[in-house]
Design a protein around this ligand. Structure first.
Ligand SMILES: Nc1ncnc2c1ncn2[C@@H]1O[C@H](COP(=O)(O)OP(=O)(O)O)[C@@H](O)[C@H]1O
Ligand SMILES: [Mg+2]
Length: 374
């Protein structure tokens, strides 16, 4: 019964594009941005961003935000930097318009010097944006409850949790959403940034990170792509200072006492490459799975809501052709490529032929890569 009504809904969506708000929007001629800062507190990455080549930045910005609607006084997030770096839209001409390949994007660089104060701004991600991954979301619920009243948990507090699963399944996204829901500081680091120029850099960065987190507890430490530093022992000899970083991580994780309310979340695509001692410190390993049919439909529908163009798409077919793809691939490789293909053809509607183009070009890329190693 439930499925049937879902199908009915699908059919009506197929023939009648639901996005009305963006239908009459113009393309933006000019967008002026002001760098604002990161949405989280964290202490291990350079707080400034430095834009040395404005033309290059413009090209990069246009490529990344093509098709997005820009409104003055709202934010754009640079999702290629972790955590997403926020820019305020100071000017959009005309206001409430869409970034196209011809939009000029300018940046106010004088403001960059003031970034030291690192304003904390909210990203726009919420837990409800993550489709599926119920186990992980349940764990996040427990963490939230714990951080609200740590005393009720006594010695049963959540401490170290590992998120693992294929790339693009929502691990980083979930932690960003968690940070948004919480009032406590989240210290986010990408593990690769711990590998410094000098032996000892990474170890002392880890020490500083845990120190700061415990001084400001309750708090969360999120080590993204933790396999980069906590490599399996058999690989450690290949990377000079890695074993030192691993030891430092172990010392710090063990040093957090029961009543300190510091939670460490690690994320990795490949838990088997983790150092065994590090892996054993995580009390729970939660798998992120590829989306099933229903979840892919929800991911597709959610993404379509923000499409700047109208669309006439066969959702049932889309569910079939995206089987086996992650949330990221659906968004970036299929929907975004299809949108760009429609924009490039000066089309005002995204159709299945644009989706076919996207699927083909993705396949071409895959076979190219394979060919290189054959
Ligand atoms: N479960 C999901 N629900 C909704 N969107 C998802 C999901 N998984 C991935 N995505 C999309 O893919 C993008 C990348 O996901 P990300 O969290 O960075 O993956 P991971 O960290 O697991 O490699 C997200 O920003 C989102 O657009
Ligand atoms: Mg990630």
């Amino acid at each position: 019964m439930k499925n049937d009504s879902k199908k009915q809904e699908l059919k009506s969506v197929n023939t009648k594009p639901v996005i009305k708000e963006n239908e009459n929007k113009d393309y933006a001629e000019l967008v002026v941005l002001k760098p604002v800062g990161y949405p989280f507190e964290f202490n291990l990455m350079d707080e400034d961003i430095e834009i040395t080549n404005k033309d290059l930045f413009e090209e990069y910005a246009r490529e990344q935000w093509l098709g997005l609607v820009v409104c003055e006084n709202s934010h754009l997030f640079d999702q290629k930097i972790i955590p997403d770096y926020g820019f305020e839209i100071v000017t959009a001409k005309p206001n409430n318009s869409i970034i196209s390949e011809k939009t000029r994007i300018k940046i106010i660089t004088d403001e960059l010097n003031k970034l030291k104060d690192n304003t904390k701004i909210k990203s726009n991600l919420h837990l409800s944006d993550i489709i599926g991954q119920e186990n992980a979301k349940n764990k996040v619920k427990v963490i939230t409850k714990y951080l609200e009243s740590p005393e009720t948990f006594g010695p049963w507090a959540p401490k170290n949790i590992l998120f693992y699963g294929l790339p693009g399944t929502g691990k980083t996204m979930l932690v960003k959403a968690l940070a948004n829901e919480l009032e406590v500081p989240l210290y986010l680091i990408k593990a690769t940034s711990l590998i410094g120029d000098h032996v000892g850099d990474g170890a002392s960065k880890i020490h500083d990170l845990f120190k700061k987190a415990s001084e400001n507890s309750p708090s969360i430490i999120f080590i993204d792509e933790i396999d980069a530093i906590a490599l399996h022992r058999s690989f450690q000899s290949l990377r000079g200072d890695v074993s030192e970083i691993v030891n430092s991580l172990l010392t710090e994780m063990d040093g957090i006492s029961e009543n300190e309310s510091v939670i460490t979340i690690g994320a990795t695509n490949n838990p088997t490459s983790l150092d065994y001692a590090v892996r054993s410190r995580f009390e729970e390993e939660i798998e992120f799975k590829l989306p099933n049919d229903e979840e892919r439909l929800a991911i597709i529908e959610n993404n379509l809501k923000t499409m700047p163009l109208k669309y006439e798409l066969d959702l049932n077919k889309l569910i079939k052709v995206t089987k086996g793809l992650s949330g990221r691939d659906i968004k970036e490789k299929v929907l975004k490529t299809a949108l760009h293909n429609a924009i490039a053809n000066d089309d005002s509607i995204i159709r299945m032929q644009n989706i076919d183009y996207a699927l083909d070009s993705t396949k071409i890329k895959n076979s190219d890569v394979k060919g290189m190693f054959e």
